[in-house]
Design a protein around this ligand. Structure first.
Ligand code: AMP
Ligand code: ZN
Length: 466
């Protein structure tokens, strides 16, 4: 089973071969930190987290870098609006971003470098481009000379002539050509600035990723990712900058996620239909949002609606219930070491099915089908009167293994422990036997308050979490 990924650069699915066996160097463009992140931003955050987690389950050692754009025009404008400094604004929204993605169960990046911590590296990168004639200074600004990079447009599959049609004609006599893009911007009076060989100013947007990728990961990396809107111009410009300086490919695989729409409409400020992650998770469990994100292939558009969230919630509940029931039965099951090989074979087949789907360009919706196959097998097994603890543990281990990639199960760390619940249920049964109805009711209320539901079954009282 080999992993195959769709490479935007070649427009084909290709076998994934890392530069160094067993290691993956991965860079995902991060946010400009002038606002709270919305549900659309959640798509790359969750998808690339799943890519990284899956690679780790396949025993790759992954270095995962995602940056913060903590200075640019939007940052400067917003800081002015709020009457704070740019670094203050950045600090607020970097913390907010880190909190939000933690809530979504996203694992910490290996490193989150910031533009303002890499100004010297950025200046050095621009100086190297100027030195090689790929960039020129014009009244304190520095621009990239796109006509000099023959492959400009290769990622977004356009050539310079085609690009000319789409471009907004700007009256800017500093640029040699409208396609040229800014690497260094001269500071206007009152703006935040750094000293450079071209005077006081700040970096343009694209150059930061070229500088950070080279500094933290090296000249060529394995995977470079982001939302599909970053293909052009951002990633195209990153390629032009890096490859002009290093002479090597910037990344071997370019991955881009499609967009999240709301009620079949594009999310936009003018439509006023943006939803912040921090508001959403007040309404629904973060795991439901994660599950919803993974219910479509990352290269397909995904529609956010009450209906699609409801579906995600119901589907996830089936998985969570199976998981909780397995744990419940395990607490009282007796261990026997004999397991029928049909069961182990079936579990192995389901595990292979999951990997096959993930290996096919991270096909999460089909991989989730394998999770449901496991749930169906587990539910069937749980119907038996006598269950084997070893088998229950096998089911649980497999579900947990899938969850290492998907991150959709609730572990309820700060809620009642399973043993505590079992103990309360026993006490309640005894209270009822001795006709101590008050205590029995009290226990039932306590369990309901904690989101524990009791159910009478032929095997006795079974419980599940909300
Ligand atoms: P931005 O908010 O434009 O700084 O984008 C940050 C990241 O979120 C980039 O990778 C974008 O491509 C991605 N992104 C923004 N909006 C959406 C959306 N509606 N659906 C999916 N990805 C998005
Ligand atoms: Zn970038």
């Amino acid at each position: 089973m080999t992993l195959r990924v769709y490479n935007t650069l070649t427009r084909k699915k290709e076998e994934f071969v890392p530069i160094e066996p067993g290691k993956v160097k991965m860079y995902v463009c991060g946010p400009t930190v002038y606002n709270y992140i919305h549900i659309g931003n959640g798509r790359p955050v969750i998808f690339f987290d799943v890519v990284r987690r899956y690679l780790e389950t396949q025993k790759y050692e992954v270095t995962y870098i995602t940056n913060f754009t903590d200075v640019d025009d939007k940052m400067i404008r917003k800081a002015e609006e709020l009457a704070v400094t740019v670094p203050e604004l950045a600090e607020t929204f970097i913390q907010a971003f880190l909190d939000d993605v933690k809530t979504l169960g996203v694992h910490d990046a290996t490193l989150n470098p910031r533009v303002t911590e890499n100004i010297q590296e950025i200046i050095d990168f621009i100086a190297a481009l100027v030195e090689k004639d790929f960039a020129y200074e014009a009244r304190g600004d520095v621009y990239y000379r796109t006509s000099k990079f023959a492959e400009y447009g290769k990622l977004s599959n356009q050539n310079l002539e085609e690009l000319q049609y789409g471009i907004r004609i700007e009256v800017d006599d500093r640029k040699e050509s409208p396609q040229d893009f800014v690497l260094w911007k001269a500071a206007k009076p009152g703006e935040i600035y750094w000293d450079s060989p071209w005077g006081q100013g700040r970096p343009g947007w694209h150059i930061e990723c070229s500088a950070m990728v080279r500094k933290y990961l090296g000249e060529t990396i394995d995977i470079h990712g982001g939302g599909q809107d970053l293909t052009f111009p951002h990633h195209e410009c990153e390629i032009a900058q890096t490859e002009a300086v290093t002479g090597h490919p910037m990344a071997n695989y370019w991955l881009h996620n499609a967009f999240l729409n709301i009620d079949n409409e594009k999310m936009s400020k003018s439509l006023g239909n943006g939803i912040l992650i921090r508001d959403l998770v007040k309404q629904i469990k973060p795991q439901v949002f994660r599950f919803f994100m993974l219910s479509a292939h990352y290269r397909n558009p995904l529609n956010f609606s009450d209906e699609s969230l409801k579906q995600a919630s119901n589907a996830l509940e089936r998985i969570q219930n199976a998981y909780d029931n397995l744990k419940h039965r395990l607490a009282t099951a007796s261990a026997t070491s004999e397991i029928e090989s049909v069961l182990t074979d079936r579990l192995a087949a389901i595990a292979n099915q999951f990997d096959d789907k993930m290996n096919d360009d991270f096909n999460t919706p089909d991989a989730i089908t394998a999770v449901f196959d496991l749930v169906a097998e587990a539910n069937l097994y749980l119907q038996q009167e006598r269950v084997n603890a070893v088998a229950l543990q096998l089911f649980l281990d497999q579900l947990q293994a899938f969850d290492q990639t998907l991150g959709i199960l609730s572990q309820q760390t700060d809620e009642l422990l399973d043993e505590e619940i079992e103990q309360l249920i026993i006490e309640r049964t005894e209270s009822r036997k001795s006709k101590n109805w008050a205590r029995a009711d009290e226990i039932r209320d306590l369990l309901t308050e904690k989101g524990i539901f009791l159910e009478d079954t032929p095997q006795g009282i079974r419980w599940r979490r909300k």
